[in-house]
Design a protein around this ligand. Structure first.
Ligand SMILES: [Zn+2]
Length: 453
């Protein structure tokens, strides 16, 4: 069974192994070398030798480049990550690191984010090369460490320090491929843009004292709670049109709902209304129409009988394309109790919004492969709210798209529930579709490129 003639079977076993490797990234560290070795061994069976690159020992990235035949042709890259987020206290119905095959589905942390793609890209890459390679341009496969903790040992480091090794013109990665159903039919999302990330730490000070005598005390914990309340007043302008309107049209269940969602007067009410029954859709539409801010961590005090001297909160801001940190900070400063005299604001991390060309050879190739595999579905360019490693390449000028072909069950609602959630799992039917996409994409991409896209 374990021959190159059984790519789907190989894909299932590869994904199972990647899940069982349990490369859990808790921000403090991760052992991605296990999965980099698994992938290197997989490629070796095809006679392909990947290159391992690590910033620190144990955290290998795997890079495999097959040179093209035409120096003027673009480089096409498949990019995935091997790390996964931890499993919390939530109970799963099957072992999150067992990679079990149950009723046609592979279970485990990373089955959706994004070992399914990392694996199907690997098999697709090897099969595409075996069947049709070499191609006019370079074909590049990248399996990254540290995606789940901002890429300091993966994407960020490689694009900064090893650009020649990972340079490419077009890239396919996460997040996309889930289906959106509305009255106009079915759409498959392709991520063409990403919101910016601004992670801020807001700190306030008070006067320390004994908790038994609080009269007149300046309690930093109380101050930070007031600041947290005031941050709710941080309003970002709602921007409809463009990708938001396209998503609203794709998700609306009838013409009336579509018009309301796009309306500057009724749009907010329409969002509230659909959030009752389609929460995932409502949250996506909300995030696509404005920048958002969410408090992730609140800190203050260390002992019950001490009045805290300092307290802080960490704010997760996601910026729409066109908005910048320079506009955000004055808006926060203008809130009562958050002026320069009252609070300190530290920028923990900032990465501006990024976007890619919404047309071009890769979009053309993807649209035609989607039509052949799912004739009823059309490609829907979307703005991704979460930050992915693709942004590091976009920053360098690469056109990055989040896409794979998914199983019919992978709705936006299901996708957003499973990603980083409990009972993460992917259907074998979906994996096979994904494999088909990555196997056929290089040939189709270079053909579209040859046609002048
Ligand atoms: Zn991911």
């Amino acid at each position: 069974l374990n021959t190159p003639s059984d790519p789907a079977g190989r894909l299932v076993r590869l994904l199972q192994e990647l899940i069982r490797n349990a490369c859990v990234n808790d921000g403090a560290g991760c052992a991605e070398s296990r999965s980099a070795a698994t992938l290197a061994a997989f490629f070796r069976e095809y006679g392909l030798e990947g290159r391992l690159l690590a910033r620190v020992s144990g955290r290998d990235n795997l890079i495999l480049r097959i040179p093209g035949t035409d120096p003027s042709a673009p480089t096409l890259a498949f990019m995935g990550h091997t790390d996964v987020v931890p499993v919390g206290a939530e109970l799963w119905d099957h072992d999150p690191f067992g990679g079990e095959l149950v009723d046609g589905e592979i279970w485990g942390r990373g089955a959706v984010d994004m070992l399914n793609m990392t694996a199907s890209q690997a098999v697709g890459f090897a099969e595409a090369f075996r069947a049709h390679g070499p191609f006019p341009g370079d074909l590049l496969y990248i399996a990254l460490a540290d995606e789940e903790a901002s890429g300091h040992y993966g994407a960020r480091w490689l694009t900064d320090e090893h650009w020649d090794t990972v340079a490419c013109d077009c890239m396919v990665s996460e997040i996309g491929g889930y289906f959106i159903e509305g009255y106009r039919g079915r759409s498959a999302a392709v991520g063409v843009a990403e919101k910016g990330v601004a992670w801020l730490r807001i700190s306030v000070r008070g006067t320390p004292g004994h908790g038994s005598m609080p009269f007149g005390a300046a309690n930093a914990a109380e101050r930070i709670c007031r600041a947290a309340q005031r941050l709710k007043k941080l309003r970002f302008p709602v921007q409809r049109g463009g990708l938001y309107d396209a998503l609203a049209s794709a998700a609306a269940l009838n013409r009336r709902e579509e018009l309301l969602l796009k309306s500057p007067f009724f749009g907010e009410r329409a969002l509230k209304k659909i959030s009752a029954t389609r929460n995932g859709v409502a949250r996506s539409l909300h995030a696509a129409s404005r920048s958002t801010a969410s408090i992730g961590i609140l800190r203050g005090g260390s002992k019950i009988n001490m009045i805290p001297e300092e307290a802080s909160l960490d704010l997760d801001v996601r910026l729409l394309p066109g908005e910048t940190l320079d506009e955000l900070l004055p808006r926060i400063r203008a809130l009562p109790g958050l002026g320069p005299a009252d609070a300190e604001i530290e920028v923990l991390e900032y990465f501006p919004p990024t976007s890619s060309n919404p047309s071009g050879a890769l979009m053309e190739a993807t649209a035609s492969l989607l039509r052949e595999s799912c004739p009823d579905a059309r490609l829907l360019p979307v703005l991704t709210g979460g930050a992915t490693d693709g942004r590091f390449w976009r920053r360098k000028g690469t056109d990055v798209y989040g896409f794979t072909l998914s199983g019919d069950e992978m709705s936006m609602e299901r996708f957003s529930t499973l990603i980083h959630g409990r009972n993460e799992r992917v259907s074998v039917a979906g994996l096979e579709r994904s494999l088909d996409y990555f196997t056929r994409l290089p040939e189709r991409f270079f053909r579209e490129w040859g046609n002048g896209y």
